[in-house]
Design a protein around this ligand. Sequence first.
Ligand SMILES: [Zn+2]
Length: 60
Amino acid sequence: MHTFAIEGFCDWCQAPKFVTRHEYVDGKCNFSCKECLDFAAMDVRQFNKAELEFRSQQEA
Ligand SMILES: [Zn+2]
């Protein structure tokens, strides 16, 4: 579940808001506000999927 308890800066709409944290598989993280959550979740999911595919190719 996402909670918007962090007073910060949304990385998607570039505005100071209450945000939630999104973590990437490479250890980075971004923050998104409630309005951007759907976009953010999709971006993060696609990034993580691509990153994991890249890694599995490297290991093969
Ligand atoms: Zn936002």
